[in-house]
Design a protein around this ligand. Sequence first.
Ligand SMILES: Cc1cc2nc3c(=O)[nH]c(=O)nc-3n(C[C@H](O)[C@H](O)[C@H](O)COP(=O)(O)O)c2cc1C
Ligand SMILES: [Fe+2]
Ligand SMILES: [Fe+2]
Length: 398
Amino acid sequence: MHIQEIAKDLYYVGVIDHSLKVFDVAILTEYGTSYNSYLLRTKEGFLLFEGSKEAFGEEQIAHIEEICPLKEISYLFVTHTEPDHSGAIHLLLEKNPELTVVASGPALMNLQKILRRPFKKVQMTPGKDMEIGGYTFSFVPGTNLHWPDVMFTYIHELKALVSCDAFGAHFASDAVFLSKEPDKEGYYKALRYYFENIMGPFPSFVIKACDLVEKLDISLILPGHGCIIDENPMEQVRLYRRLAEEGLPKNDPNLVTICAASAYGYTKELAERTAKFLEERGKEVRLHIIDALNYQEEKPLVLQDILHSGMFLLGSPTLAGDAIVLFYDILNGLPWTKAQGKTASAFGDYGWSGEAVPNLSERLRQLKCRVLPGFRANFRMDEAQEEEFSRWLESLLA
Ligand SMILES: Cc1cc2nc3c(=O)[nH]c(=O)nc-3n(C[C@H](O)[C@H](O)[C@H](O)COP(=O)(O)O)c2cc1C
Ligand SMILES: [Fe+2]
Ligand SMILES: [Fe+2]
């Protein structure tokens, strides 16, 4: 049975789902997940931390009612309003309309749109502690981990941090506690995948949150998914920091990544000449020529090099009215949070319509790169195009 007292007067009332295969449409959950929630007994009634997913609302309520009647809960603390934690809050409010929701300003606004009904509320404010029934709560912004609404709650008397998606993993653990989980290897595999897919696009925000959390004296992290972190909780924070630092764009102004593909060699020649030109001008160039065969191996290397580079150039011929699809897949691996601030340009050869360069340039603009005009060659370049190519090369250094 998962429902249990996890610290004095603190109970686990979450729901564990071993059967989940896909989370949020695109994230595979090899190890299932859990929707954790916690109940704290105080002198002024019970406090509930986190709601649940719509489909598990009744199960969460059943778990709560093993500890106390729903009516005895005075406050619901909401760390983050994604519907995997907020989808069932309407059930709690139907059964206990007096429940006061405590959440950040943006979370209260989201909740209003999710619930579409009036509810009692108190806004979490960093620096403004709340005291309820002998417990003191401080609020720590976890902004953009991975939504703008995230605000952690630190429970002083328990030295516990309620962190929802942060410091968690999609991992259904019957052991509930990390210290008791036998499959640590699986847990950390799930954690890395979760981090990469959910927190990965926001590395600088993760580091900001780690800075704040590291100042606290924590003996327990109470995440919204996966195990409760009851041993070396700061190790978990440091692991998140390390993973965020690995994903932080470096934007080295001297480093240029060129990634090109070519069916018949024209675009490849442009790529090689561009690399040579930039190297002669003192740049360090990472050149990747990709095709469908080497793509799986090259993709992470290309993305890593782009992350470190101040400039990146994509070279694609036009095939069937567009750039080669591999480039869009690479750009899908580069969220705007990491692309922003980099200089980028597209180039490539074409036969008659030449959409590859304008289409890739448009995508680069959507990613908020500083996009330089691209260069297109039509089959084999004539003298005029050679001159245009030389001007384009010079423009890369301007
Ligand atoms: C399957 C295929 C489809 C193509 N479709 C287009 C097209 O829609 N528009 C265009 O401008 N050129 C098109 N081309 C022509 C190529 O862009 C042109 O041959 C170019 O020189 C190829 O450059 P590369 O040597 O770098 O592959 C197509 C070529 C192939 C092989
Ligand atoms: Fe979330
Ligand atoms: Fe979540």
